[in-house]
Design a protein around this ligand. Structure first.
Ligand code: SAJ
Length: 433
């Protein structure tokens, strides 16, 4: 008799997790409120690039994967893993609605002996202060009849480097018995499981991982602005510093920090710090720097065009996703840059092989064909996201001016004058000749 778990939330975390458990022979009951997702899965289709369609079809046809919007179907599962979104609200504060709704909806269907494990990235204390009281409404005694744990997700969308089961998994529980159950569940699918002493420790470890990244990227953005002013090429500086085999990790400047993890998780930590009246100076400064990058990019484009007036100028933006080779525009700095350019009266177009239109962002723009004509007609081409498939040789061959925010054009020869973010083109030491 195969083991059965339920997974709540079948997005970029939940669906790969379901695949990982089904690869180990588990039966998975997938719960999601999005009827379109359920329809696609039942048709044997995958909407997550990293989860092969052929596997979904097999799992569904064999009955190993059953999906539903009803929590009543979790009764047969030994464990329920919650992978629902933890976004920010309009005030850039934690939006716990998905977590609260899922916890509340499932509590009436929980059975004695079940484990509930939360994976969503959130502020320390969430499992104990927010989720636990809602699950206790089941009437089940925690650590005796119902077990509750936290294990942060470490899905890396678009990455081929690590299979999910190869990425060490931190586990924790409200009680020791809860941690035992959580540890056992994840040991059944992951190569390495790392048990920590509390759910708060596990929640905080996840925030450290991503805030570390957020702060370092923001420092590189500030460092790049200084290099521009000094006339020093930041990309060469990073390359040189990277020769140090210890005590240094390279991060790179960019047009801003997007996505659903890196710009979000640190603000969950910041919110908790403010609740406790503790400073979060680094996060606040990093947020300010990263959010200033779109305007900085526009200012450097003006400098490159030697014209502070962009009215009527044709500017083509290459790449509107939040990072290369991932079809996701959440918190994308390209969208902000498009808005700023339009506000300056520029005639903007974009090309992104992964994004056909920007209706969801309120911009009436569709992805333009990237051909010689549009490149030659553009006063400036902005390389915002360096997707693997972009024909960069064609860009440098036919564009007159390219502002490269990723240093992706280094070493390529062509007609275009290429200026890179942070390359110091017009800075102090460069002007000394
Ligand atoms: N970025 C820079 N400079 C850098 C690195 C990233 O400007 O040196 C920008 C990207 O362009 C993007 C944003 O930051 O706009 C986030 O990029 P990311 O590479 O961190 O991408 P994410 O959001 O997919 O981060 C995920 C995270 N994984 C999990 O949370 C489980 C993160 O912890 C990983 O380190 C990261 O993938 C990764 O290494 O790819």
């Amino acid at each position: 008799m195969s083991r059965t778990i339920a997974i709540v939330g079948l997005g970029y975390v939940g669906l790969p997790l379901a695949e990982t458990y089904m690869d180990q022979g588990f039966r998975v009951i997938g719960i999601d409120k999005d009827e379109n997702k359920l329809k696609l899965l039942n048709e044997g289709r995958s909407y997550i690039a990293d989860v092969p369609e052929a596997k979904i079809r097999l799992f569904v046809q064999s009955g190993q994967l059953e999906v539903s919007s009803e929590y009543s179907s979790i009764a047969a599962a030994e464990a329920v893993i919650m992978c629902v979104p933890t976004p920010l609200n309009q005030q850039h504060e934690p939006d716990m609605a998905y977590l609260i709704e899922a916890s509340r909806d499932m509590s009436g269907h929980l059975q004695p002996g079940q484990l509930v494990a939360l994976e969503s990235s959130t502020y320390p204390g969430t499992t104990r202060e927010v989720i636990l009281p809602l699950l206790e409404q089941s009437g089940l005694r925690i650590g005796v009849e119902l077990f509750v744990g936290f294990s942060p997700e470490r899905v890396n969308p678009g990455s081929r480097r690590y299979a999910l089961q190869e990425i060490p998994k931190i586990v924790s529980g409200i009680t020791s018995a809860c941690a035992d159950r959580t540890e056992e569940l994840y040991q059944a699918a992951f190569h390495k499981v790392v048990r920590v002493s509390s759910t708060e420790t596990a929640e905080m470890a996840k925030l450290l991982e991503n805030t570390f990244r957020f702060v370092n990227i923001s420092f590189m953005n500030e460092f790049a602005m200084l290099c521009d002013r000094l006339g020093i090429n930041v990309w060469e500086v990073v390359e040189a510093a990277s020769t140090k085999p210890f005590g240094f990790k390279a991060f790179y400047p960019g047009p801003g920090v997007g996505g659903h993890c890196i710009p979000v998780d640190p603000l969950y930590l910041q919110w908790k710090a403010h609740q406790l009246e503790v400073d979060s100076t680094f996060i606040e400064a990093s947020t300010r720097i990263n959010r200033s990058m779109p305007a900085y990019v526009v200012s450097r484009i003006k400098q490159a065009m030697e014209d502070s007036v962009l009215t009527g100028k044709r500017i083509l933006v290459l790449g509107v996703t939040f990072k290369e080779d991932v079809a996701d525009i959440r918190e994308s700095s390209s969208i902000e840059i498009l808005r700023l350019l339009m506000a300056e009266g520029a005639q903007v177009e974009y090309h992104d092989p992964l994004v056909t239109d920007l209706k969801d962002s309120g911009l009436e723009l569709t992805s333009a064909e990237l051909d010689t004509e549009i490149l030659e007609a553009s006063d400036c081409v902005l390389l915002a996201v360096h997707h693997k498939g972009l024909p960069l040789d064609q860009v440098v061959a036919h564009a007159s001016l390219v502002f490269d925010t990723r240093n992706a054009l280094r070493g390529r020869q062509g007609k275009a004058r290429v200026i890179a973010l942070g390359d110091g083109t017009s800075g102090h030491f460069k002007s000394l000749g």
